[in-house]
Design a protein around this ligand. Sequence first.
Ligand code: ADP
Ligand SMILES: O=P(O)(O)O[C@H]1O[C@H](CO)[C@@H](O[C@H]2O[C@H](CO)[C@@H](O)[C@H](O)[C@H]2O)[C@H](O)[C@H]1O
Length: 480
Amino acid sequence: MSEAVTRTVTAPPGLLASLDPLLREWLPRQRWFAGKGRPVTGFTLVEATELLPSTGKLGLYHLLVRAHQPSVPSHGAPGHPGDCYQLLIGVREALPPRLAPALIGHMATGPLAGRTAYDALHDARPAELLLEALRTQARIGGLRFERDLDQDIRSGLVPRVVTAEQSNSSIVYGDTFILKLLRRIVPGVNPDLELPLALAREGCPRVPAPTAWMVADVDPAADPVISAGPADLAGQPYVLGVLQPFVQGASDGWELALRELAKGEDFGAEARALGRATAEVHTTLARALPTVTLGHMQLQLMVDGMIERLEAAVQAVPALRPYAEGLRTAFTALGDLAAEGRTWTAQRVHGDLHLGQCLRSPAGEWWLIDFEGEPARPLAERRMPQPAVRDVAGMLRSFDYAARSADPPQPDWAETCRSAYCSGYAEAAGLDPRTDPVLLRAYETDKAIYEVVYEARHRPDWLPVPLAAIDRLASTGHLT
Ligand SMILES: Nc1ncnc2c1ncn2[C@@H]1O[C@H](COP(=O)(O)OP(=O)(O)O)[C@@H](O)[C@H]1O
Ligand SMILES: O=P(O)(O)O[C@H]1O[C@H](CO)[C@@H](O[C@H]2O[C@H](CO)[C@@H](O)[C@H](O)[C@H]2O)[C@H](O)[C@H]1O
């Protein structure tokens, strides 16, 4: 800790007021904005830290803001303060052309009137500043930068922002590290840091070990979610970002699968290796963190949750309505098994496993990333032990997604992958997920419903992909 740099700084009063009209327009256009399709009517400032003073050529502010959206059902509830977003706001006299895509807008009023605000993640200097803060374990205002001292962080690595479609935002440093900055921030232990740290402690080679991380200590009185919420949240840090080694030259499983499909090539061997990698991660998580036995009551709660999500999805996406009854049987069948006395082991899982979360290094090793879980679900739910089959179902859905995205669709390709994946999983875990078909079907159905809602919200052109699966799952109970 001797190297730690501590500075106490807050952003100028009135900054949020000047940004308010710009952010109302800019925020909803961002890929990572969770409240799509509904206007933002204002903001609450949860945290503001000046990283570079605006007196210089470049001002830099770290903000946590809650976006008010009264038309979002939960946000309409009395006192609901809206989702909290992490913003890194750069302020310049004028934007150089290379930063034009990062423009937020020109501030007309307030302490920085006449200046231009932009998303500073796209700019090298702010990105360098974050890495340096992590390297030196800085404390700046309410921001705390922590690191694993056993891993070396070289200074001066050149940053570049990742332009891929993401739920968060990432910066790659010299092909050595990748910093993921979470966008929607939830107070409490974040599985995207918690699980990779636990896996690293156990020496699991399938997951990049966190090198450094960034958290905010927020004044409970500044965040309406804490001041009005459960007492155990007060004092919990807000996890803002995680730095981890960059797997150089890696392709993600989704790209690879599409490439093989386009060439008409078999993906069975890779699917099998992926099954083994998933099982290795599951086995390690079960060793590192508590497991529980789910009895009738817990299972019934889980089934109720699935049915509630189905009902909410039918409301949100009317195209689901004709399938609702068929889909429901997947969940009631699971409830029936539980009522007969079946029990299941539950453990910590990835929670949103799909081909895009798997990276293959040029040496052919598979890595799993992004342990955040499904971002839209409450943190407490994402951190609950669950049957490991949940992740298996996510991957099985992903093979179907890839096969459906091919022109023409390739159902046999998906079937080969699905089977190879389960065999690989069984080899490493000693348990074949296909021996539990009712649970697997319930989870595949739950995931396909989630995907329908996700696509309707984020990528409406993709909606036919999960809807095709819904059609089969509702009528036959099988995906293929
Ligand atoms: N350790 C890593 N090495 C190489 N690339 C990575 C690594 N972690 C993430 N990526 C790349 O960044 C993308 C986004 O990362 P991810 O954790 O999935 O973020 P998000 O939650 O925003 O989707 C991944 O699809 C992958 O291409
Ligand atoms: O990677 P994220 O954590 O952002 O996950 C979200 O976005 C995914 C899409 O980018 C989405 O995954 C769905 O589409 C994939 C193809 O693009 C497919 O491989 C997955 O099987 C399918 O679920 C994911 O559901 C969502 O949470």
